[in-house]
Design a protein around this ligand. Structure first.
Ligand SMILES: *[C@@H]1O[C@H](CO)[C@@H](O)[C@H](O)[C@H]1NC(C)=O
Ligand SMILES: *[C@@H]1O[C@H](CO)[C@@H](O)[C@H](O)[C@H]1NC(C)=O
Ligand SMILES: *[C@@H]1O[C@H](CO)[C@@H](O)[C@H](O)[C@H]1NC(C)=O
Length: 329
């Protein structure tokens, strides 16, 4: 099935990229290279397998695939080197490997090739993997570009990591002394006392936060991930985290981290300022909060409640308990 689909795609766009970065294929249908000195010859299940073998073999420059027999030949040479050896035959496919320096593969890998956001990278580059890339959210000179972590997997990917936090007292979670740490440089009451970070976090346990005024340059959708509470993707309504605006939001649970309260729905309201940090809840924040990013070690606790009851229903006894916020458009 997959093979059929891939062959269809191949014939339509005549070019495909495998998982090997920067390698593309040019296809010529009903042709093959006559070659006495192949690198390898054999049966394969489909054209894609044949091309992929060539992608992985440095010596391989082109392949011939005979559809009817299901055979694949890997060549050291190409039709450009030997135009006379390219023969026509119904049901054969000639595939030439192109290692292109012009592919956008290097995007985001250097300061000068910084992209506006992880989502921009996802749309401009074929199948980028999660990891650290250079970004330049303000879109001006690349001089102020910096490194950020991109999540290219969750809910379609394109997420830029803006905050990785842990807790000041996870073991006594519902104690006043417990708070998230560090916190972004958002506007909360002066009493909020955990350290402020303005350094872009480079992974999910690199406890730092990107300058909050840059978050909205990366988008408006929010992904909240944690290893002690369910993951949410929240779209802004009248409320918006990046705009620091209280109101309605549309959240979806994209991963249940616990079976506790699996039937509970996701929060629908957001408030930046009811307490000592922003919170996501359903109706009344005092008893329906799912996430409370409390940064004060003198009052309340940083609620991470899969039941949405502003209670201690978070996952217990987790090594490296933490949470993350990601942004995309
Ligand atoms: C996360 O980043 C920090 C800081 O760069 C580094 O020390 C740590 O090893 C990284 N952890 C992982 C799991 O990559
Ligand atoms: C955060 O970003 C704003 C806007 O780009 C800038 O004015 C401010 O100096 C930055 N703050 C820090 C601590 O980098
Ligand atoms: C939350 O508290 C309010 C006021 O005390 C009450 O009316 C409401 O039923 C409570 N909601 C939940 C989900 O417990």
């Amino acid at each position: 099935m997959l093979c059929t689909v891939l062959i269809t795609i191949l014939s339509i766009i005549a070019m495909i990229k495998t998982e090997e970065y920067g390698i593309f294929f040019e296809i010529e249908e009903n042709s093959f290279l006559s070659d006495e000195d192949t690198i390898w010859n054999g049966k394969v299940d489909c054209l894609f397998s044949c091309s992929r073998m060539c992608a992985r073999e440095t010596l391989c420059k082109s392949t011939s695939f005979l559809e009817n027999e299901g055979t694949c030949s890997l060549h050291r040479e190409t039709r450009t080197m030997h135009p006379d050896r390219l023969l026509r035959q119904q049901g054969s496919i000639y595939v030439e490997k192109v290692v292109s320096a012009k592919t956008p593969i290097s995007l985001g890998t250097t300061q000068s090739s910084a992209v506006p956001s992880c989502q921009a990278l996802l749309s401009q580059s074929p199948l980028p993997s999660s990891g650290v890339y250079w970004i330049n959210p303000d879109g001006g000179s690349q001089a102020n570009a910096f490194k950020a972590y991109c999540n290219m997997e969750t809910d379609g990917g394109g997420w830029t990591l803006v905050w990785s936090y842990t807790f000041t007292n996870y073991g006594h979670f519902n104690d006043k002394s417990n708070a998230i740490t560090p916190r972004p440089n958002w506007q909360v009451r002066p009493v909020v006392d955990v350290p402020i970070s303005t350094t872009s976090p480079l992974n999910e346990t690199d406890y730092n936060a990107m300058n909050f005024s840059q978050w909205k340059q990366l988008g408006i959708q929010v992904l909240i991930k944690s290893n002690i509470n369910n993951w949410l993707v929240c779209h802004p309504g009248t409320g918006s985290l990046v705009d620091w605006q209280e109101g309605d939001v549309r959240c979806q649970i994209v991963k249940h981290v616990t079976d506790t309260c699996k039937d509970k729905s996701a929060p629908s309201k957001y408030s930046p300022s009811k307490g000592f940090g922003p919170m996501f809840y359903t109706s009344g924040y005092s008893n329906t909060t799912s996430y409370y990013f409390d940064g004060y070690t003198g009052n309340h606790w940083p609620t991470h409640d899969p039941c949405g009851e502003n209670n201690g229903n978070h996952v217990k006894n987790v090594v490296n308990p933490h949470g993350n916020i990601f942004i995309r458009y």
